[in-house]
Design a protein around this ligand. Structure first.
Ligand code: BES
Ligand code: ZN
Ligand code: ZN
Length: 508
C-alpha cells in the first residue's frame, strides 16, 4: 500500500473512493436518535454539495447515526470522478481518540476491498479533533489501514487467497507535507512491525523451531543493522542457564538464546532491556496439556515475536534509546529426557527451583533470561510473555495484564498502551502470596498456590530482577483474537509491539 501526500481539492480526486466522515449526534430524546451530520473537518460538506446533497439525504433517509465503526458505501454513478463515497462514523466528538481513528483506518481498508477499489482519498483538516492534531491522526489512520489489511494466507492455495485490491491512499492536508510524510512513515513502521510479529505468531511450530526462528531473526538483524548474538546449546550450558536448559531438554530441537542490540548514534536517553518468552511450541512437557486447543500453543512465543517486531521498528525509527533484547527460544515437549515434576534445578542466579508442573515453563526460561539481562545493568527491564492461562480470567480478552516493581514505569506503560489501542490493566504484586511459592523444599516452586495464577507468575519472575526497575506484561489474554475487529483480523494480534513502541518513542 502506497501513501501519497496530496494537495488540492478532494472533490476533484480521481481515487476510486472518497472517504468522508461524520460524528454521531447526541441523543435528542429517549426515543429517537437523530442522524449524523457532515462536518467540514474532512471535506464532507464540499463533497456533499458537489454530489447534490446526496450524502446528507442518504444520512436522513437511511438514518445513518455515525456511531464509531459504522460505514456506508455510496455509488456515485459518474456524478463525481470517484466511483464511491465512503461515509464512516466517528462516534461522538468528545469520545474521539487515536484508537477511533485507527479503527476508521481498518474500516476504510475493509470497505475498499469490498468494492475492489484500487485507491482511496481522504482529507485531514488542520483543525484539531479534541486534543489530536493532524500528524497523530494521520499516523493512527495509516496504522489502522495496514493493520486492518493484514492477512496470513501463505499456507493456502494461491487461488483461495483474498485479493487485496487497495494499493494507493491519497492523503489531502493543508499542513506541511514533510510533517504528514513523517507521520505516514511512523505509522507504517509501527504497523509493519506489528504485522511481522503476527506473521511469526501465526507460523506453525514446525516452521519456527528455535533454530529456524534464530535464523529468521539473524536475517532481520542484518537487514536492520542490529547487533545479533545467537547462543546454541553449548554456550547456553556454559552460561549456566539451567532453568532454560531444563525446559529445552524434552525437545529434539536444540534451544537458542537470541540477544539483539540497538544503539543510537547520539547519547542514548535510557538503556532498556526487553525480554520475550520464546516457547515455539508449548505441549506442557510431562504435565501434558489437553488435546483441545493445543494447536494454539504455537503462539507461546508471542512475547518473543513482539520483541523482534519492536527491535526492527526501533532501528527504522532511529530512536534515541539503547535497547537490548533477550529471547530464550525452545520447545516444551514430553520425552524420556524431559524434566519431571519434583525435579529441582539451580537457576543461573543461584536460587533453586522445584518443578511442580512442567507446564509452568515460561517463568523458568524467563528467570534465566532476566538474570542475564539484569547483569548488563539496564535502567529498565520489561518482559513480554504469554505466561498464564489465568490472565484471560483476570482481565479478559481486551486487556494485557501488567505487574512490576516500579509504579512510574507501569504508569507510563499503561498510558502508552492507551494511546496504542492496547489497554493494560495493573494487577498487584501481592507479597502475601509470595510465601506460597517459597514454602517447598527448594528456594522456589514454579507454581503458586493461589487462584491468582497471573500474580503468582509475576512474583516468581520478580525473584530474578533484583533491584532493577521492571515491568511484566502477561499477553496470554490478547495474543490471539477469536473474532475480526476493525484493525485486528481474527488470529494472532502482534500485541505489545505498539505499546512498547509508543513508550520508547516517548523516552527518545
Ligand atoms: N503457555 C502457557 C500459558 C497460556 C495459556 C498462554 C493459554 C496462552 C494461552 C503457560 O506456559 C502455561 O501453561 N501456564 C500454566 C501455568 C500454571 C501451570 C501455573 C497455566 O496457565 O495453566
Ligand atoms: Zn506451559
Ligand atoms: Zn507456555
Amino acid at each position: 500500500m502506497k501513501f501519497i501526500v496530496s494537495k488540492g481539492k478532494i472533490e476533484s480526486s480521481k481515487a476510486d473512493i472518497l472517504v468522508v466522515s461524520c460524528f454521531e449526534k447526541e441523543k435528542k430524546d429517549e426515543e429517537r436518535l437523530s442522524p449524523a451530520t457532515l462536518g467540514p473537518e474532512d471535506g464532507g460538506t464540499v463533497v456533499d454539495k458537489k454530489f447534490n446533497n446526496g450524502i446528507s439525504k442518504m444520512i436522513v433517509s437511511e438514518e445513518f447515526l455515525g456511531a464509531s465503526g459504522d460505514y456506508k458505501l455510496i455509488f456515485t454513478g459518474g456524478r463525481l470522478n470517484s466511483r464511491y463515497i465512503l461515509l464512516v462514523g466517528l462516534g461522538k466528538k468528545r469520545d474521539v481518540n487515536l484508537d477511533t481513528l485507527r479503527r476508521i483506518g481498518g474500516v476504510v481498508a475493509k470497505a475498499a476491498n469490498e468494492v475492489k477499489a484500487r485507491s482511496v482519498a481522504m482529507v485531514f483538516q488542520k483543525t484539531a479533533i479534541g486534543d489530536f492534531k493532524v500528524p497523530d491522526r494521520v499516523q493512527s489512520v495509516v496504522e489502522g489501514m495496514l493493520l486492518g489489511a493484514y492477512t496470513f494466507e501463505i499456507y493456502k492455495d494461491k487461488l483461495d487467497r483474498s485479493k487485496l485490491t487497495l494499493k494507493e491512499v491519497y492523503i489531502f492536508s493543508s499542513v506541511n507535507p514533510a510533517q504528514v510524510e513523517r507521520s505516514i512513515n511512523i505509522g507504517k513502521v509501527i504497523a509493519e512491525a506489528t504485522n511481522l510479529a503476527r506473521d511469526l505468531e501465526n507460523t506453525p511450530g514446525i516452521d519456527k523451531t528455535p533454530e529456524i526462528l534464530a535464523k529468521k531473526v539473524k536475517d532481520i538483524a542484518a537487514h536492520c543493522k542490529l547487533k545479533c548474538e545467537i547462543m546454541g546449546l553449548d554456550k547456553i550450558k556454559s552460561e549456566k542457564m539451567n532453568l532454560f536448559l531444563a525446559v529445552a531438554k524434552g525437545s529434539a530441537e536444540a534451544p537458542r538464546f537470541i540477544h539483539l542490540s540497538y544503539g543510537p548514534s547520539k547519547k542514548a536517553r535510557a538503556k532498556m532491556a526487553l525480554v520475550g518468552k520464546g516457547i515455539t511450541f508449548d505441549a506442557g512437557g510431562i504435565s501434558l496439556k489437553p488435546t483441545r486447543g493445543m494447536e494454539q500453543m504455537k503462539e507461546d512465543m508471542g512475547g518473543a515475536a513482539a520483541v523482534i517486531g519492536i527491535m526492527k521498528a526501533i532501528s527504522e525509527l532511529k530512536l534515541n534509546v539503547a535497547v537490548d533484547a533477550y529471547i530464550p527460544a525452545c520447545e516444551n515437549m514430553p520425552d524420556g529426557r524431559a524434566i519431571k515434576p519434583g525435579d529441582i534445578i539451580k537457576s543461573r542466579e543461584g536460587k533453586t527451583v522445584e518443578i511442580i508442573t512442567t507446564d509452568a515453563e515460561g517463568r523458568m526460561i524467563l528467570a534465566d533470561a532476566l538474570s542475564y539481562a539484569v547483569e548488563r545493568k539496564p535502567d529498565y527491564i520489561i518482559d513480554l510473555a504469554t505466561l498464564t492461562g489465568h490472565c484471560v480470567y483476570a482481565v479478559g480478552e481486551r486487556y494485557v495484564a501488567i505487574l512490576g516493581n516500579d509504579q512510574k514505569l507501569i504508569d507510563r506503560l499503561i498510558n502508552s498502551g492507551r494511546r496504542a489501542g492496547e489497554p493494560l490493566w495493573q494487577l498487584p504484586l501481592e507479597q502475601e502470596y509470595k510465601k506460597k511459592i517459597k514454602k517447598g523444599i527448594a528456594d522456589l516452586r514454579n507454581e503458586g498456590a493461589t487462584k491468582a495464577g497471573t500474580i503468582d507468575g509475576a512474583l516468581f519472575l520478580e525473584e530474578f530482577v533484583g533491584k532493577t526497575k521492571w515491568a511484566h506484561l502477561d499477553i496470554a489474554s490478547t495474543v490471539r483474537s477469536d473474532e475480526d475487529q476493525p484493525y485486528i483480523p481474527k488470529g494472532c494480534t502482534g500485541v505489545g509491539v505498539r505499546t512498547l513502541l509508543y513508550f520508547l518513542m516517548g523516552l527518545s
